[in-house]
Design a protein around this ligand. Sequence first.
Ligand code: F6R
Length: 242
Amino acid sequence: MNILKFHSDEDFVQTGANLIASLLQSNPKAVLGLATGSSPVGVYAKLVEMHQKGLVSFSKATSFNLDEYIGLPVDHPQSYRSFMNEQLFNHIDIDSGQTHIPNGNAADMEAECLAYDKMLEENGPVDLQILGIGSNGHIGFNEPDANLSSKTHVVDLLEDTREANARFFDSLDEVPRQAITMGIGGILKARQILLLVRGAGKAEAIRNAVEGPITTQCPASLLQSHPNVIVLVDEGAGKWLK
Ligand code: F6R
């Protein structure tokens, strides 16, 4: 794992954005694995800025998002489709038909999971997978558990994850109880992984993930088994790293 610590927010987001932009410059047809949540927001904003300056194009790129809430209407402001449109897709030249997000409103969720993995298989592997980490060590919505699923699956969100995400909703009650997420196997198939970690609230999770044992109780620790992971941490998140 290549761990880079940043004192400046600007350097953090510029480094993340540069990695994605240089991939697209060398391979315009790159397949991007995308995450939602607060961690990648600055990097997405920087990519929008770079796109507006003519420095990067997404016109031939394909994207796959990690996850989506189940049962939230797709046009709900907190659906991950709305998030991606607002933070990135509406401001760049990506073909919306090439942006994939699991359908959290499919009538048959089992079929949706299989179809998402099939699409990943046909279009993949993902060239660069962007990840955030939950304060409990989750990646995507792969929550700590005795067993982790390799494939895309439906997951019951843990209460601490719902509480962490309640800040985006009017009340905790409105936070969905389930999500569909790519599995650990799907995530680890990416050629390169870029983990973005910000804030002191993530200090323990990232220390466990990169310095602790590889355990399903900290799903992000499985990234230690991947040969090409870059971790960007800010001062708060990196405060307990060696
Ligand atoms: C989002 C996702 C989650 C988040 C994680 C951190 O698509 O898969 O694993 O990356 O919950 O969320 P933030 O960045 O909001 O702290």
